[in-house]
Design a protein around this ligand. Structure first.
Ligand code: UN1
Length: 510
């Protein structure tokens, strides 16, 4: 199938970067090629940092931290509030840049910036709520409490698929917590990072001299820069988003120096469709979660367990949705599926489909189509694969739009299968039966960090803690009390009695 060609995005990208306030010298004549997956063309050549630059930045970020930590938290919140204002004012430009660089459809590019705005609002409120407990002491005339203190330099390593939102979950919270931030964005999305940095700078200028110059810095380049962040003893916490393979490299290195790791790694998310499910709602929920963002969210729905009694009612409708969904230029109205990020993603998808066929899978879709003159852009029809069992590639995360569908008879069997993979990020159940819903949410139900009822596993709001268990790494970001990972807790015991009773009845009279 051939499509009309897609116009070049180079000129527009240049204009957006200028409007956001990015200096040309940052993305001209550099060594890091910034590409758009929409056209496959090179958009700019971003200047990279060296490992020595990275070490230098960490030193400067540490000095900035020493200053920033003493500013009252509600004042720190004011900087994040101004950052949120800049994001609101430039939402269209930054959202468009996300679409251009990550290949997201327009509403998802804008949605990503909205997610940044939301976390800024959340963090501003949080800046007045960094509460510790007061604790009953067993000793007379004593009081116990806990105090939360800023931690230090927070390293953030982010992935291409949410090039700016995941950064902001970490940065907005870290900044109100009194930390400084060094961010290593994905080398596949350096331009959005430059745009965000420019907007942060505007906010910092408006905030004035209380914001140290090196409070937030961006490290452009490859994996070796992430390694500097991971290994440098001046970085007490690193938040890393990416594959489980990446996490296996990063986790032990952080543990070796007793640094904190906030890991958000792979997902192999499932949904269970029960006999009582509202199938209209299920269809839409499944389609968005499995096809949306071209299957490139860590929360993407990858495995669907459908009860035998509704399988034949749901599957034809789902297949029809797969066949009719508009794939193509994500900047065009009506498109729901944009390109894969690159050739490697396409190759992985094809390998997984071949493996699924070898295991007896029946594939609908999954084929590539080329756009004239845009041979380096990888557009694929999303793939629906009916599997005889959970085997082969079904147990692994393939970062592409592949949904494996399987039948089940007993809920306990479906829950066991859903939990029987390495990853533990997100999950859902579609049901109108209270017992089934509660069983799924109970201790014997889903083992994931996110478990939903009657919505798909993707598209979480920032108010909840985001992250997962097992090979997903255990980290929690964004809402709830995820902020605690960016601070250190001191337990304080205060004696106002004039005597010195010891805990546990110990006697020690000198
Ligand atoms: C990711 O894919 O790394 O819940 C993050 C969601 C989004 C965030 C996804 N709010 O799908």
């Amino acid at each position: 199938m051939s499509q009309p060609t897609i116009p070049s995005l180079i000129g527009e990208t240049d204009q957006i970067l200028a409007r956001l306030g990015v200096e040309k010298k940052r993305y001209q004549n550099g060594t890091l090629a910034a590409r758009s997956p929409i056209t496959g063309e090179m958009l700019a050549e971003v200047v990279e940092a060296s490992a020595a630059d990275a070490a230098d930045m960490i030193g400067r970020a540490q000095a900035a931290f020493q200053q920033w930590r003493s500013l009252p938290a509600p004042r720190r919140g004011e900087l994040v509030r101004l950052f949120g204002e800049e994001l609101r004012a430039h939402k269209d430009d930054l959202g468009r840049l996300v679409s251009i660089e990550a290949g997201k459809i327009t509403s998802e590019g804008l949605g990503e910036v909205q997610e940044m705005i939301d976390i800024c609002d959340f963090a501003v409120g949080l800046s007045r709520q960094l509460y510790g407990l007061t604790i009953a002491s067993e000793r007379p005339g004593h009081r116990m409490m806990e105090t939360w203190h800023p931690l230090g330099v927070c390293g953030v390593i982010s992935a291409f698929n949410f090039p700016v939102a995941v950064f902001s979950w970490n940065a907005a919270i870290a900044l109100v917590c009194g930390d400084s931030v060094v961010w290593k964005p994905s080398e596949k999305t350096p331009l959005t990072a430059l745009g965000v940095e420019a907007l942060y700078r505007r906010a910092a200028e408006r905030f004035g001299k209380d914001a140290p110059a090196d409070l937030l810095m961006v490290l452009q380049g490859g994996r070796e820069l992430g390694e500097v962040l991971v290994d440098d003893p001046r970085v007490p916490v690193v938040s890393a988003t990416g594959s489980t393979r990446m996490g296996r490299a990063v986790g032990p290195r952080l543990a070796k120096r007793f640094a904190r790791a906030i890991l958000e790694l792979g997902g192999n998310n499932a949904a269970i469709v029960c006999p009582s499910a509202n199938l209209d709602l299920t269809l839409r929920g499944v389609a968005f979660a499995a096809i949306g963002t071209a299957g490139q969210r860590c929360t993407t729905l990858r495995r669907l367990f459908v009860h035998d009694s509704v399988y034949d009612a749901l599957l034809p409708r789902l297949k029809a949705a797969y066949q009719s969904v508009k794939v193509g230029n994500p900047l065009e109205d009506g498109t729901l599926v944009g390109p894969l990020i690159d050739k490697a993603a396409f190759d992985n998808m094809q390998r997984a489909l071949e493996a699924a066929i070898a295991e007896g899978g029946k594939v609908t879709g999954g084929n590539r189509f080329t756009v004239p003159g845009r041979d380096e852009a990888y557009y694929v029809h999303p793939a629906l694969v009916e599997m005889p069992a959970q085997c082969g590639p079904v147990s692994e995360e393939t970062f592409a739009p592949i949904l494996y569908v399987m039948r089940y008879n007993e809920l306990s069997e479906a829950i066991a299968l859903q939990n029987d993979v390495g990853a533990g990020l997100s999950s859902s159940i579609f049901t109108n039966d209270l017992g089934e819903a509660e069983t799924f949410l109970s201790v014997a139900g889903s083992d994931c960090g996110i478990a939903n009822v009657n919505i798909g596993p993707s598209g979480a709001e920032i108010g909840g803690a985001f992250g997962g268990e097992k090979e997903t790494g255990g980290g929690r970001e964004a809402g709830s009390d995820a902020w605690k990972a960016y601070m250190r807790r001191a337990t304080n015991t205060i004696n106002y009695s004039g005597a010195l009773p010891l805990a546990q009845g110990v006697k020690f009279d000198v």
